[in-house]
Design a protein around this ligand. Structure first.
Ligand SMILES: CC(C)(COP(=O)(O)OP(=O)(O)OC[C@H]1O[C@@H](n2cnc3c(N)ncnc32)[C@H](O)[C@@H]1OP(=O)(O)O)[C@@H](O)C(=O)NCCC(=O)NCCS
Length: 210
């Protein structure tokens, strides 16, 4: 119900965004260090980590994710059912700890194929590029599954998510309390298919060799 990549802490960009501090909003004035997390598809065996991850999130992060206040029991049961046959979920890991997830849930029977996406990053790890990297990965998954429409719902106050959606060419539609983002992934290409096949095989081999 989604309502409403490769080494650890490898610094790829330290950007100071305060070129003109008189006109920039506050969030752009801070120095941000982006990292490149390991991103891989989540499996049933990740369920305990998913439950821990959801239970580490604060009330505000959960509210932004589910567009309402949700309890520990709710997120626990959500985390337990997250890896399922009608969804593709990715996890972002640093030092083998789960820090963020993205979900692609294909709407059963939809034609052309339609899906919903949702993202969540652990509060202490936000604003470091993890959400952006997870967004890229889930879009490639949608492209390779021939999904023609993607929807994402977030609260109107969730400017960060709206910024990320626009950055990935989403069209935003504003409602009273919520914003719906619509995306149209491109057709699959040999390169996008190869990329997914290669990374999933590599990730699987890494997992079984531990
Ligand atoms: C939304 C969320 C997934 C983003 O993940 P993240 O790792 O913090 O995002 P990133 O660091 O990759 O990117 C954030 C971007 O938003 C921008 N941003 C931050 N605050 C902003 C604001 N108030 N207004 C506009 N843009 C903002 C950042 O500058 C950055 O842009 P850039 O990539 O162009 O530099 C994460 O904050 C989160 O988990 N939020 C709670 C759950 C949620 O809201 N889920 C979405 C509903 S499905």
């Amino acid at each position: 119900m989604p309502q409403c990549s490769i080494s650890t802490a490898w610094e790829v960009n330290t950007a100071t965004k305060n070129a003109d501090s008189t006109v920039m909003p506050d969030f752009m004035k801070t120095e941000v260090t982006h990292i490149r997390p390991d991103i891989r598809r989540l499996l049933q065996s990740d369920q305990p980590d998913l439950v821990d991850f959801f239970n580490r999130t604060d009330l505000q992060t959960r509210r932004l994710r589910f567009c309402s206040q949700v309890s520990d029991d709710y997120v626990t049961s959500y985390a337990e059912g997250l890896v399922s046959s009608d969804s593709v979920a990715y996890g972002a890991f640093t030092d083998q700890a789960l820090r963020g997830i993205s979900e692609l849930r294909i709407l059963p029977g939809s034609w052309p194929r339609t899906a919903e996406i949702a993202l969540m990053v652990e509060p202490d790890w936000q604003e470091r590029g993890i959400g952006d990297a997870l967004f890229d990965r889930v879009l490639t998954a949608a492209q390779n599954r021939n999904i023609k429409s993607i929807y994402m719902l977030c609260l109107r106050e969730n400017k960060r998510m709206q910024h990320l959606a626009k950055k990935h060419d989403a069209i935003l539609q504003f409602d009273i309390g919520e914003v719906e983002a619509a995306l149209t992934p491109p057709w699959p290409t040999p390169m996008s298919l190869f990329y997914e096949m290669f990374t999933e095989t590599r990730d699987y081999l890494q997992l079984i060799s531990r």
